[in-house]
Design a protein around this ligand. Structure first.
Ligand SMILES: [Zn+2]
Length: 323
């Protein structure tokens, strides 16, 4: 890969206090353990169980739900994206989307891929439900991500034009908890040295530890990633993250298009992805060893807190008594 003009990236290695909320981490531990189950195409019972759980949670938290069905392949008509909606005061509301896929590859319980993303999404849902909002917040559990982003592709194509125009930002959560402080646990993907020299230098200086989040935005989401960055400083100052803004829709760097955010990028919508280093870091990637013991729930808690801070800053929470 040659040097990519126009990309911006920076690395923040931070230090500071971690204000841990114990009830939040109990919730995340609970959901991670409960949701780490095989949900490949053939695991229909486990998939149905998740759909039921998602619907129940939306009910408990007072969210409206919708199903977005699509044909996954010629044999199966059962692929479904699940949507739960909070907030909104009128027909022209802005829409924020938090997304995480709920399918797994075959034979993997998918604790990190992607019960980690689901657990954070559920925790954000729980915290968001305690407020009223001017903007709409949609929580979307995507199906069939592992088969080539099929669920998110169907989702963006099925959107009515007037709904698509209301989307001001999408945040994708996929593989968040593969965090390790072991030196030399993080490898550098081909081409990254040239494309993101500042980040690669910082990782090397830190003995190639895989202990940071990776946040990737398209150009349209520049303001989003800037705001998320600020929330990280404020809310979780000890969270390490590599921040990347790609010019255009990231088509130059396939390594950074490997989850559902890319479907939004391809529609020109502002979207960012939060993840860990995936298989550049974790030996358990897509294996039977993708179990909760290999996932840092403390890290998941920090990300959930930052996301709630982001929504509080950007999605128009209505003050108590404000309507
Ligand atoms: Zn995934």
């Amino acid at each position: 890969m040659s040097t990519v003009a126009g990309n911006r990236s920076w690395m923040h290695f931070r230090s500071g206090a971690n204000t841990k909320d114990s009830s939040e981490n109990e919730t995340i531990d609970f959901w991670l353990a409960k949701l780490a189950k095989k949900r490949a195409l053939k695991d229909t019972a486990n998939k149905d169980l998740f759909r039921h759980t998602f619907d129940s949670l939306a009910g408990i938290y007072g969210l409206l739900t919708a199903n977005d069905k699509f044909l996954a392949d010629q044999q199966s008509a059962s692929a479904i994206n699940l949507v739960a909606k909070k907030g909104g005061t009128g027909k022209k509301n802005k829409v924020w989307i938090i997304g995480a896929h709920y399918d797994t590859v075959e034979s993997s319980p998918g604790a990190n891929d992607n019960a980690s993303g689901l657990s954070v999404m559920i925790e954000v849902m729980r915290q968001v439900s305690g407020h009223k909002w001017f903007d709409e917040i949609w929580f979307v559990a995507f199906d069939m991500e592992e088969a080539g982003l099929l669920g998110s592709k169907a989702f963006v194509q099925h959107l009515a034009i007037e709904d698509r125009e209301r989307i001001v930002g999408m945040i994708n959560l996929d593989m968040l908890g593969g965090i390790t402080e072991t030196p030399n646990s993080q490898s550098i993907p081909p081409g990254f040295e040239e494309a993101f020299p500042g980040i690669v230098d910082a990782v090397k200086e830190d003995e190639n530890r895989g202990d940071f989040s990776v946040v990737v935005a398209n150009d349209a989401a520049f303001n989003m990633i800037t705001s998320l960055n600020e929330q990280m400083y404020e809310i979780a100052p000890d969270l390490k993250s590599a921040m990347i803004v790609l010019s255009k829709e990231g088509e130059q760097i396939n390594e950074l298009r490997r989850s559902d955010h890319a479907s939004f990028w391809d529609m020109g919508l502002p979207a960012l992805h939060i993840g860990d280093g995936a298989d550049t870091r974790n030996s358990f990637y897509h294996s039977e060893r993708d179990v909760p013991a290999n996932v840092s729930t403390e890290h998941l808690g920090k990300i959930a807190r930052v996301l709630v801070g982001f929504l509080m800053k950007n999605a128009g929470p209505i003050p108590d008594g404000g309507g």
